[in-house]
Design a protein around this ligand. Structure first.
Ligand SMILES: Nc1ncnc2c1ncn2[C@@H]1O[C@H](COP(=O)(O)OP(=O)(O)OP(=O)(O)O)[C@@H](O)[C@H]1O
Ligand SMILES: [Mg+2]
Length: 339
C-alpha cells in the first residue's frame, strides 16, 4: 500500500509519500516562520492563504521525488484536526479533491495521532503498549498507548502546554518567534543552578501538569535586574531546567503507574536536546527505554500523518465525499485499529 499525506494544521505546509514495503519515499515541508515572525506568532488567516499557495507545488515535488503516479497510490490522507480551522480546510479541500479526481479513498487523520505514531518511522520503533509523553505547542499529555487508536489519557496540562511555556518565556525575554528553539539555544550559555523557578504540581501526586506559574516567575525575574545578555541566558537556562525536570519526573511517574518500560517522547518540545539527554538518563536508571521520532519529525510534518493514515486505510477505514475539518477533536474519540 502507498499513501500521499498532507499536513496543514498550523504554520507548516507539508506533503509526504509513504509505502508499506518501501518506507518513506518523499517528504516535503515549507515552514511559514518567516511569514509570521514580524507578528511574534502565527496569524491564522495568513497561514491559510500561504497553505493555498504552497501545498499543490509540494504535492507535485513529493510525487516526483517518490517517483509515484496517482495510479500507484492507494489513498490520500490529510490532517483533519485539531488545529486552525482555516488552515485545516485548505489541506482537507486539496487532499479530498485529489482523492476524488484520482478515484482513491481519502482519510482524515487526527494530528496528535500523527505525533504519537511518528516514532514508527524510525528503524527502532517502540513496542506496544507504551507510555507517550506528547509535548507540543498546544498539548502536554501523558498517554498510555495500548495500540494504534487505543489511547488512554493519564494526565495533561491544566493550563499552558510545555511548548507554549517555552514560547511565552522566550517572548518575555525578547527572543524572536518561534521562541522554543531560540530559548533552548540561549539556555546553553546560561549558568545552571543560579536561580530556581517554580515547578508547579511537581510535589503533588498524579500526572497533571501546570506551566502558567512559570511564565509569571519569568516575568518577575526579567524585571528584577537589568536584562543583560548573561542575565537572559541564565533565565533561559532556569526555564528550560524547570520544564525538563517536570516532564522527566512525571514521565517516570507514568511508567511506574502503568508498570510499562517503554516511553515515547513526541511533539515539538521532543526536539529539545537537553530533554532528550535527561530523559534517556533517567529512564535508563529506571530500567526503561525511550523512543523518539528523528528531530525533524518532532515538529509538524506530513510523514507522521502518512503513518497514521496508512494504518487506518489498511484497516479498511475511509471517508465519504465530505471534507472533514475540526478545530477541536478529542483524542479519546478515536477508534482502535487492528494491526
Ligand atoms: N528545541 C526545542 N526546545 C524547546 N521547544 C521546542 C524546540 N523545538 C520546538 N519547540 C517547540 O515545539 C512547539 C512546536 O511543536 P509542534 O509543531 O509539535 O506543535 P504544534 O503543532 O504547534 O501544536 P500541536 O501539535 O499541539 O497542535 C513550539 O512550542 C516550539 O517552541
Ligand atoms: Mg503539532
Amino acid at each position: 500500500m502507498r499513501i500521499l499525506a498532507v499536513e496543514s494544521s498550523c504554520d507548516e505546509s507539508a506533503v509526504a509519500v509513504l509505502d508499506r514495503a518501501g518506507g518513506l519515499l518523499a517528504h516535503e515541508l515549507f515552514s511559514q516562520i518567516d511569514l509570521h515572525r514580524v507578528f511574534g506568532g502565527v496569524v491564522p488567516e495568513l497561514a491559510s492563504r500561504d497553505h493555498v499557495r504552497r501545498l499543490l507545488p509540494l504535492v507535485r515535488s513529493a510525487m516526483a521525488k517518490a517517483d509515484t503516479s496517482p495510479a500507484q497510490l492507494d489513498g490520500v490522507a490529510y490532517t483533519a484536526g485539531p488545529g486552525l480551522i482555516g488552515a485545516l480546510l485548505t489541506g482537507a479541500a486539496l487532499a479530498r479533491s485529489l482523492a476524488y479526481a484520482w478515484k482513491k479513498p481519502a482519510i482524515g487523520v487526527h494530528h496528535l495521532e500523527g505525533h504519537l505514531l511518528a516514532p514508527l518511522l524510525e528503524p527502532e520503533s517502540p513496542p506496544f503498549p507504551h507510555v507517550a509523553l506528547l509535548v507540543s505547542g498546544g498539548h502536554t499529555m501523558l498517554i498510555e498507548v495500548q495500540g494504534i487508536g487505543r489511547y488512554e489519557l493519564l494526565g495533561e496540562t491544566r493550563d499552558d502546554a510545555a511548548g507554549e511555556a517555552f514560547d511565552k518565556s522566550a517572548k518575555l525575554l525578547g527572543l524572536p518567534y518561534p521562541g522554543g528553539p531560540e530559548l533552548a539555544r540561549l539556555a546553553a550559555t546560561g549558568r545552571p543552578g543560579l536561580m530556581k523557578l517554580p515547578r508547579p504540581m511537581l510535589d503533588r501526586p498524579g500526572l497533571e501538569f501546570s506551566f502558567s506559574g512559570l511564565k509569571t516567575a519569568v516575568l518577575h525575574a526579567s524585571r528584577e535586574q537589568e536584562l543583560t545578555g548573561q542575565r537572559k541566558a541564565d533565565i533561559a537556562c532556569a526555564v528550560q531546567e524547570a520544564i525538563i525536570e517536570t516532564l522527566v519526573a512525571k514521565a517516570l511517574r507514568a511508567l511506574e503507574h502503568t508498570g510499562l518500560d517503554a516511553l515515547v517522547v513526541s511533539g515539538g518540545v521532543g526536539a529539545n536536546r537537553s530533554l532528550r539527554e535527561r530523559m534517556a538518563a533517567a529512564a535508563a536508571q529506571a530500567g526503561a527505554r525511550v523512543f523518539y521520532p528523528r528531530i525533524e519529525f518532532c515538529t509538524d510534518n506530513a510523514a507522521m500523518i502518512a503513518v497514521a493514515g496508512l494504518a487506518r486505510l489498511e484497516a479498511g477505514e475511509h471517508e465519504g465525499l465530505a471534507i472533514q475539518a475540526r478545530a477541536r477533536w478529542p483524542l479519546a474519540s478515536l477508534t482502535a485499529v487492528r494491526a
